[in-house]
Design a protein around this ligand. Structure first.
Ligand code: PMP
Length: 389
């Protein structure tokens, strides 16, 4: 593996951490250190580690054979549940990752509209091949992208109108995830929907992270109905997963009974382990009530952190929504990366694991007691770094 790494985001200087086991919301590294897992596998680990319900679902699936070479019941169960939770998803297809789901959604929009241009936003991350930051990624798929600033309704409107005739779709995260947990302003997101409709382009919501903000995703909170939605992460119960779906009139392009249908292959699209773990998680653990309670814990944590930062007159803040948040450094911009990195190591040293970029995704086993203790630890960090952050 180049640099000993097969997943770039996990690398940090001077050397990345190697975890050897996890249980509940606790992790243990190869040196035997223990951590509270505040990262939750970048949102895929919402159930925590080795949840008994997920374990049982995987064991049951394993006992019935994992490579059935055919349609199976588990895919139908999960598809049905997803359709129930997200009314905008009338038909769904599964993939192996969120990246793949977004690649498929964009390709579907291009095929459906017979147009070529794709509007995306600065700072957006839709997967390895769909990353729109600074500098531009040389390994993005070679679609004809237009990149607009996020949360700037006027700029988006003007770009959409200028390119209306050639615009296939708008791909947007309802909250920038990797871009720092910046919630999309509802008026901005509504302008995208209106302008997409007027232009005859499709609106695609990447809800791979934000779907956890309510049992119907951020779209339910906003009362919006995107044409296509992509899902991933925790929907596979912690196993590899992705999905894209939406209006029946669009998704039925993939109906194999139709002449001239589009083919979408993928050996593991319906693998029974992801399908079964995903169904067990959604149906038995991630009830709407459990999800709301998790997001309320997240809101309380973010408010608690921001109150602490204010008390210490710290340039730090925490942005985000519900169970997703990211530390921001409001001091000298050239120091931001270093400051957040220092905070990461300060927390790591005290036994709390978040992303090196300061991202936190809470999982179900993290309870109030764990969060109270974490706030105490943050207080200790702020005391020891007075004048720095
Ligand atoms: N979209 C968003 C919003 C994501 O956060 C991610 C993963 N961080 C992806 C797409 C890609 O998903 P995957 O890593 O499963 O390919």
């Amino acid at each position: 593996m180049p640099g000993g790494n097969t997943r770039t985001i996990l690398f940090f200087d001077p050397f990345p951490i190697c975890m050897t086991r996890g249980e509940g919301c606790r992790l243990q590294d190869a040196d035997g250190h223990e951590y509270v897992d505040l990262l939750g596998e970048y949102t895929a680990g919402i159930y925590g580690h080795s949840n008994a319900v997920i374990q049982q679902a995987v064991i049951d699936a394993l006992n019935n054979g994992v490579s059935l070479s055919a349609h199976n019941r588990a895919e139908l169960r999960l598809a049905t549940l997803i359709r129930e939770r997200y009314p905008s998803i009338e038909l769904v297809r599964f993939t192996n990752s969120g990246t793949e789901a977004n690649l498929m959604a964009v390709a579907t929009a291009i095929a459906f509209t017979q147009r070529t241009r794709v509007l995306v936003f600065d700072g957006a991350y839709h997967g390895s091949l769909l990353k729109f930051g600074d500098p531009p990624s040389p390994i993005n798929v070679p679609h004809s992208f237009l990149v607009a600033p996020y949360n700037d309704a006027a700029a988006a409107r003007s770009i959409i109108r200028r390119h209306a005739a050639e615009l296939a779709c708008i791909l947007v995260e309802p909250m920038l995830g990797s871009g720092g947990c910046i919630p999309g302003d509802p008026p901005f997101l509504r302008v995208l929907a209106e302008e997409a409709r007027a232009a005859g382009a499709l609106l695609i919501f990447d809800e791979i992270q934000t779907s956890r903000l309510s049992s119907g995703g951020r779209q339910a909170l906003l009362g919006m109905t995107p044409d296509l939605t992509t899902l991933g992460k925790y929907h596979g119960g912690g196993l590899s997963f992705g999905a894209f779906g939406g209006r029946a009139g669009i998704m039925s392009l993939y109906d194999p009974r139709r002449a001239g249908h589009l083919a979408h292959a993928g050996t593991f699209n319906n693998n029974v382990l992801s399908m079964s773990a995903g169904f067990a998680g959604l149906s038995k653990l991630l009830t709407p009530e459990a999800l709301d309670a998790l997001n309320q814990r997240g809101d309380r944590l973010r408010n608690g952190l921001n109150a602490l930062f204010a008390e210490f007159h710290s340039p730090l803040s925490a942005t985000g929504m519900g169970s997703l948040m990211n530390f921001q450094f409001g001091g000298e911009p050239s120091l931001a990366k270093t400051a957040i990195s220092l905070l990461f190591f300060d927390l790591l040293e005290r036994g709390y694991y978040c992303a090196p970029r300061g991202f936190i995704a809470l999982s179900l086993p993290i309870d109030e007691t764990v969060l109270e203790r974490f706030l105490d630890v943050m207080r200790d960090v702020l005391r020891s770094r007075r004048g720095i952050f």
